[in-house]
Design a binder for this molecule. Sequence first.
Ligand code: ATP
Ligand code: MG
Length: 380
Amino acid sequence: MTGGKDGAVLDTDLLIDDPETRVIVCCGSGGVGKTTTAAALALRAAERGRQTVVLTIDPARRLAQALGLRELGNYPKQVQVEGFEPKGELWAMMLDMRRTFDDMVRAHAGPERAEQLLANPFYQTISTSFSGTQEYMAMEKLGQLAATGDWDLIIVDTPPSRSALDFLDAPTRLSSALDGRMIRLLTAPAKAGGWGLRKVVSAGFSMFAKAVSTILGGQLLADASAFMQAFDTMFGGFRERARKTAELLRSAGTAFLVVAAPEPDALREASYFVERLSDESMPLSGLVANRTHPVLARLPATDALAAADALERGEQSAPLATAVLRLHADRVALAEREKRLLARFTKAHPEVSVVRVPALPSDVHDLGGLREIGERLSGS
Ligand SMILES: Nc1ncnc2c1ncn2[C@@H]1O[C@H](COP(=O)(O)OP(=O)(O)OP(=O)(O)O)[C@@H](O)[C@H]1O
Ligand SMILES: [Mg+2]
């Protein structure tokens, strides 16, 4: 795998061509280009001969359409569009968080219990709006895709969290919420003959339970209690799966790519994430600095500005040329700022290789755009 040295350039082709690479996870904070990177890498991997599946999360509608995904299928579909004849295969899917959760409940609880669980309002709240559910379900789906053995490369996009770390933290948070002390407090008495809640509250043993019941309302508390009782039998499987997926993420065939904009906040966030991956012994392949602004001409900014000034002072006015020169000077300043920021990142993390992907003139929503991003990702 591509272990960079002293800020080496990341070549994602080495990664996707390596048959040992089985899973690539694209992480990063919100809006940096995770979905685009995941789709572009998958397309390129398929064109270079691999049986690839990409698990996307909330792709922009036009990108989904370009991949032939019109609705949330929750199962991969082979991408078959005109003019696309990859050496390998490209399959794509959009994560349907609710259906993934439902399927998991069905797979673990018996049919009767499953229906009870699915109809429970508390379940409906947890499965759609609990923070961390989407991250958990993305991992669950990754586990499922890996278990089929149908693809030799799985590329995973991650949910649009504020922080890249959420992807690693959320599943644990969700498990502990479902598995935690509060839930046990709620369910244990209920098991002892349905008196539970009343006993709990009247015994006054827990201000906490009272507070919960005040905040959530009695009915929701009762739903929660019923839900947790039914869910109880699933916990073994639930935890076991989370553990297995975490193991997959730590395995040698998995590579993490951190996507970041060349901005101070995004790079700071990427730094935290790099450190966290290393603490967790999760294999990082490199940083994708997305939407950089390379300069198009070699003219230094000072020269461009001097020329613009001269033109303005000159006899013949040349407003267009002046504007272009000033624009160029701005662009040079921006490029230099980005270069400095990336150099600072590399100084702090010399072992992380970096690839710069320029901002394309428009959004990436077709195969041509994805191909172009894929090419840039290979460092060419
Ligand atoms: N290099 C690029 N050049 C031009 N447009 C880009 C580039 N990378 C991403 N985009 C565009 O930026 C937007 C956001 O990208 P994308 O959806 O991949 O980000 P994301 O990290 O997945 O966001 P979220 O956190 O919301 O899931 C999209 O419209 C995409 O087409
Ligand atoms: Mg996205």
